[in-house]
Design a protein around this ligand. Sequence first.
Ligand SMILES: [Zn+2]
Length: 269
Amino acid sequence: MFNWLKTKRRERALASYAIPDEQWLRALHELSFLDHYEPALVERLRELATLFLVEKSITSGAEEGEHALEVTPHMRIIIAIQACVLLLGKRGTVAEAIEDFANFENVIVYPGDFPQSYDFEDEFGVVHKLDEPVAGESWQGGPVLLSWPSIDAGYVESGMSLVIHEFAHKLDMLNGDIDGIPPMPAEHIEAYRAAISDAFEDFCIHVDANENTAIDPYAAEAIDEFFAVTCEVFFEEPELLRLEYPDYFERLKHYFGIDSLQGQLLEDA
Ligand SMILES: [Zn+2]
């Protein structure tokens, strides 16, 4: 049952901590994938981002030393907007929508890629420490870790949207399973599962054949990575995802409640 006190507190926060115009416009200017979104939707995004900034602690993972990173208000807003775009089409008030991010508090920002913080157990049960540094991590019920240069590069330059990727993992984890299937109304699950499975299978065939894929081949790693990568594409390059996997694109539209091509709420979601 949704907590009435929480709602009241969030309504008060919205009134008191709105993101200042100048900072908001500067951040929007850098996030060109939102250019075609309807003004009412952009305003809703601003409210979601406001709540995100009130409720989350976004701190530096390297406060001292040669590579120290100071997390500025601008960086926080850039992160908040891209995380909250995932909740933009959710029905209900913004105070209800932000609840999908309620099970964690901390976002930690690093000055570069960082060593992976967990061990990896292979199919024989042998535990390895992965040496390969990573740009981002999402912990089940824990923090989101992000490398600032990867965020700052932007999708147009880097072909990746790290923030959307890691927070998409957060949504996937909400029902306890990390399987590319976030919680959704029961009547939608089967169609969604079929669409993502078909798309993933097809994508892996192309990657295994060493073809050049328009979507980042990292998506072939596992179905949860396919979900996170295609969420990036859904928002940043919707036309590409619609052309490659039209059925899956439709299912994602329903899941997000957004037509990212039109920049509109989905009427019949
Ligand atoms: Zn991932």
